[in-house]
Design a protein around this ligand. Structure first.
Ligand code: BES
Ligand code: MN
Length: 444
C-alpha cells in the first residue's frame, strides 16, 4: 500500500462522528492525528478548542508578496447507522474494486487529505509552496458548524486570505472534472400535531375527534400543488432566476440528463417544477422536502388506534437571494394558517444556512479550471450544487473571500449512507489537483 493510502487509512480509523457525544474522544483523537500529520510537514499548527469539537489551523511561512490561499475541510463524519447494511466495518477501511470503503472516505476525509498530501508532496519536491497557505479544518460540519462562524469573527485577521478552496462537493460523473460555483442554502423545521391527550380506541372515539395523522397529511399536502410548485405565500419572492448562459451550459453537461437521474435514483420517473430540467431543479430552484414522518402504530399487522400525535421533519433547500430566516417565518405562518381543525400545532425551528453563488469566470475561477484540466486531462464543467455547506457564505461575509468548489465525490460514493466509498483514482488525482491548483492560483 502507498504511503498516501496508509495516511488515509489512519485518518479513516477514527470514528469522528460529531453529532454523537459517545464519540467526543474519537473526534478529539482524530484532530490530534491531523495536528501531528501537519506538524510532520513542518507547518505551524494550532488546535483551537471550541464549545464542542476542535478547529485545526496550519500555515506555512507567509510572505507579503504572495497570494494567500485558505483550504477548508472537515474531519468529522456522519453516523454509520444502519450498521447492518455495511459490507465491511465503517471504521476499518478496505480497498475493493479500486475504491476505499469507509465512513468519511469521500465526505470529507479523503477529499481533504488529498489537499494535505498535495501540499506535502510539493514541499518534498520543491521545499516551498508557491503561495501563503492556511489550512482550516473543523470537526462540526455535519452538525451545521455551530462554532465556526464565531471562530472566523474572532480570528478574522489571522485568517485573512485572497481565495478559498474546498473539496467537499461532487463531480457530475467519473472522469469529468467539475467546478462548483454555487450551493443551495438550507432551513429546517419540525411540526408536531397533537389531538387527544392519549391514544384512543379508534372504534369507540373515531369520528368524534380529529385524527392527528390525517391532519398532518393535509398539512403536508398543502405545501405543493399537483405539479410540485411550493404553495407557501411569498416563498419564491426572492428567487433569482437562473441565467440563460447557465441553462445553455448545463444542457451540454454529461451525467445529468433525465435518464441519468432515473438510473442513479431508481425512481420510476423524474418529477419537479414545470419548465426546468432535472439539473436546473436541483441546482437553481428551491425545494420543500419532507425528511421524516411519524405517528401511530408502526408494528406488524393492524392496531385500531386513533393516535394522540403525529410529527413531520422538513428541510427547505434555498437559492439566491432567499434568506433562511425570512423563509422560516413564511413557513411558520403557512403551517399555522393551514393547520386543520381539531389539533394543536407545535412548530420547532431548526438550523439553517445561506445559499452561495459566485462568478465562475473570475481570475481565480479560471485558474482553478486550468488546474482541473491538468489533473483530469479534460475541460472542467461548471455547475451549482444542490447540497449545502453553510460556512461558505460565512467565509464571504466574514473573511471577504470567495470559494472555489473542487469536488471529487461521485454520484455513487454513497455519502451519508451505508457503504460510503471513494475511488483510489479520485484520491490520487485530488493530490495532483492540489499541486496544480496552488501553482495556477499563484500565477492568476
Ligand atoms: N459535503 C456535503 C455537502 C455536499 C455534498 C454538497 C455533495 C454538494 C454535493 C456536506 O457535508 C453536507 O452534507 N451538508 C449538509 C448540510 C448541513 C448543514 C447538515 C447537507 O447538504 O445536507
Ligand atoms: Mn456531509
Amino acid at each position: 500500500m502507498t504511503a498516501h493510502l496508509q495516511d488515509l487509512f489512519s485518518f479513516l480509523r477514527f470514528a469522528s462522528v460529531s453529532t454523537d457525544s459517545r464519540h467526543t474522544a474519537d473526534v478529539r483523537d482524530c484532530a490530534s492525528w491531523l495536528q501531528q500529520k501537519l506538524l510532520s510537514m513542518r507547518l505551524s499548527v494550532e488546535t483551537h478548542e471550541t464549545a464542542r469539537h476542535p478547529v485545526v489551523v496550519a500555515r506555512n511561512e507567509h510572505r507579503a508578496d504572495r497570494k494567500t490561499v485558505l483550504i477548508y475541510g472537515h474531519y468529522d463524519v456522519q453516523p454509520v447507522d444502519p450498521l447492518e447494511l455495511w459490507q465491511s466495518n465503517p471504521f476499518e477501511p478496505e480497498i475493493r474494486e479500486g475504491k476505499i470503503w469507509a465512513r468519511g472516505a469521500t465526505d470529507n476525509k479523503g477529499q481533504m487529505l488529498a489537499h494535505v498530501l498535495g501540499v506535502e508532496k510539493t514541499l518534498r519536491e520543491h521545499a516551498a509552496l508557491p503561495v501563503n497557505l492556511i489550512f482550516l479544518f473543523e470537526g462540526e460540519e455535519e452538525i451545521g458548524s455551530p462554532n465556526l462562524a464565531p471562530f472566523l469573527e474572532k480570528h478574522r485577521e489571522e485568517l485573512r486570505c485572497d481565495v478559498i478552496a474546498v473539496s467537499d462537493t461532487g463531480m457530475v460523473a467519473a472522469g469529468i472534472p467539475t467546478m462548483g460555483y454555487g450551493l443551495r442554502g438550507i432551513a429546517c423545521a419540525e411540526v408536531t400535531l397533537r389531538g387527544p391527550k392519549s391514544d384512543l380506541h379508534s372504534g369507540i372515539f373515531g369520528g368524534a375527534v380529529a385524527n392527528p395523522i390525517t391532519a398532518l397529511a393535509r398539512l403536508v399536502a398543502s405545501l405543493h400543488d399537483d405539479k410540485g410548485r411550493i404553495q407557501i405565500h411569498g416563498f419564491y419572492d426572492d428567487v433569482r432566476p437562473l441565467e440563460a448562459w447557465e441553462s445553455e451550459m448545463w444542457r451540454q453537461i454529461p451525467g445529468v440528463a433525465e435518464a441519468d437521474y432515473l438510473r442513479s435514483t431508481g425512481s420510476p420517473a423524474v418529477f419537479g417544477e414545470d419548465g426546468y430540467s432535472s439539473a436546473e431543479r436541483v441546482w437553481a430552484r428551491p425545494t420543500a422536502e419532507l425528511n421524516g414522518i411519524g405517528g401511530g402504530y408502526q408494528g406488524e399487522g393492524s392496531k385500531t388506534v386513533l393516535p394522540a400525535k403525529a410529527f413531520a421533519k422538513f428541510s427547505f433547500r434555498l437559492v439566491p437571494d432567499q434568506d433562511p430566516r425570512d423563509i422560516l417565518e413564511k413557513v411558520e405562518r403557512h403551517f399555522r394558517e393551514h393547520c386543520p381543525p381539531g389539533v394543536h400545532c407545535d412548530i420547532e425551528i431548526g438550523h439553517d444556512g445561506k445559499p452561495y453563488l459566485a462568478d465562475p469566470h473570475s481570475a481565480d475561477g479560471k485558474a482553478a479550471q486550468r488546474a482541473l484540466h491538468k489533473a483530469f486531462g479534460r475541460e472542467a464543467v461548471l455547475i451549482r450544487e444542490g447540497g449545502s455547506i453553510p460556512i461558505i457564505q460565512s467565509f464571504r461575509e466574514i473573511l471577504g473571500a470567495d470559494t472555489l468548489l473542487l469536488g471529487l465525490a461521485l454520484p455513487d460514493c454513497r455519502i451519508h449512507a451505508p457503504n460510503e466509498n471513494f475511488p483510489v483514482e479520485n484520491f490520487e488525482t485530488g493530490i495532483l489537483l492540489n499541486q496544480f491548483l496552488l501553482d495556477e492560483l499563484a500565477n492568476a
